[in-house]
Design a protein around this ligand. Structure first.
Ligand SMILES: *Cc1c(COP(=O)(O)O)cnc(C)c1O
Length: 395
């Protein structure tokens, strides 16, 4: 193979690449690992669960010994709900730092759970800053927990969790992190960022298929969580206690998904762990963003806030640009992109995660260029309103 050949196999049987933040494009080996049935009570499957939990913990690096990993059936939101219900006690109060759909979903979850909470809502994409958190905590001593979103996948912003953590613990409160779309590609080391618990899922940066999430929490918090949860099936303490005792999940585990995830974790390790995975995604982002900017597209976020997970672009102002058609033509060329989630201006998103490398990202840019030409879009420049919106970030 020449140096410029793709390092990663194309998707199976001509499937389009999923440029989406999970489900995402998985490897052939990950799919193949699902071609077998497992008994959930069997020693072989118990060993797989054990291996998976210890591999996930190992990703924390130094200090991992104080934590344990509790997988939870369902999509990522089930695991977020499990974390919030299990660690925010019924008489506690949470401050949710929201700058997009996932922050608001955590607030909505607390609403359902009947847990007192307050929301710092920064709108579509402005980052919650440490000094803002400190000011709110100073005013309200009843707040016990702060909930932060690591990468807010709706805009792709990488939130400053380090300064948030400093503000939280300086005020003697506790931090819970939704690291769903970041964990495995962006370091979240307890030796660098203090937190009590975090949550992620199988179908994001570890590159597994959807079916479960996992909570990684301090053992002291897991012990103290007994009796907090409103829910039998989402009780993290109960799942943990049962798993510690029997090696089994309490209720039917997604056996095939776990087998696929274990394969994905081995590939993650072979790629160089969090560092290697993060480096590939960063390269994906850099190549894709540079190419798209060359075509005239503008990113919502300035470079400082761009995550290597997913990037939001403004839709071009050109009247010939219609997102639905852009989407279909990109799909015909083998790339599934993602609609935007901004409330003020039209946008779309391109994911950088999954089984893709910079060669694929160059093809994405070429496909976008051809698509613009087919649509008769002369310029990909966004409307003035979009740039005014973005100027708020600099203010
Ligand atoms: C994907 C994601 C979730 C979970 O979403 P599900 O659709 O329930 O899997 C939660 N938070 C963030 C930041 C995410 O990216």
């Amino acid at each position: 193979m020449t140096a410029s050949a793709p390092q990663i196999d194309p998707p199976f049987l001509g499937e389009p690449y999923l440029l989406t933040p999970g489900p995402l494009t998985t490897s052939y080996e990950v799919k193949q690992a699902m071609l077998r049935d497992w008994g959930s009570w069997d020693d072989d499957f118990r060993a797989m669960t054990r291996d998976m939990r210890s591999r996930l913990l190992a990703l924390l690096g130094e200090g991992a010994g104080e934590f344990d990993c509790v997988p939870m059936q369902g999509s990522g939101s089930f695991a977020v709900e499990a974390m919030l219900a299990s660690f925010v006690p019924r008489d506690g109060k949470a401050l949710v730092l929201a700058n997009g759909a996932y922050g608001l979903r955590s607030a909505q979850t607390l609403q359902y759970l009947g847990r007192a909470h307050q929301v710092l809502d920064k709108g579509d994409y402005l980052p919650p800053r440490g000094d803002e958190v400190a000011a709110i905590l100073a005013c309200d001593p009843s707040i016990t927990h702060v909930v932060a979103i690591h990468c807010e996948t709706s805009s792709g912003i990488l939130n400053p969790v380090e300064e948030i953590s400093e503000a939280v613990y300086a005020a003697g409160r506790k931090l819970l992190i939704d690291s769903m779309s970041a964990f495995g590609a962006i370091e979240l080391k307890p030796s660098q960022i203090r937190y009590e618990a975090m949550v992620s899922s199988a179908n994001k940066c570890i590159e597994g298929v959807p079916g479960f999430g996992f909570v990684i929490a301090r053992k002291a918090e897991l012990e103290a969580a007994k009796g907090n949860s409103h829910s039998l099936s989402l009780d993290v303490h109960a799942q943990w206690a049962h798993m510690e005792k029997t090696g089994q999940w309490r209720f039917t585990p997604p056996t095939h998904v776990v087998a696929a995830f274990l394969e994905a974790l081995k590939a993650h390790e072979a790629e160089g762990g969090v560092e290697g995975r993060g480096a590939r995604y960063t390269r994906n982002r850099d190549v894709m963003v540079a190419g798209m900017r060359e075509l005239g597209f503008e990113t919502l976020l300035q470079n400082r806030w761009l995550s290597p997970i997913i990037v939001t672009f403004f839709c071009p102002a050109d009247a010939n640009f219609v997102f639905g058609r852009f989407y279909e033509l990109m799909k015909e060329k083998g790339f599934i992109i993602y609609p935007g989630k901004l409330t003020v201006v039209d946008s779309f998103r391109v994911g950088c995660i999954g089984q893709m490398d910079e060669h694929v990202m160059r093809q994405v840019v070429t496909a976008a260029k051809e698509t613009l030409a087919e649509m008769g879009v002369a310029s990909a420049a966004p409307p003035a309103a979009a740039l005014e919106e973005r100027a708020k970030l600099a203010a």
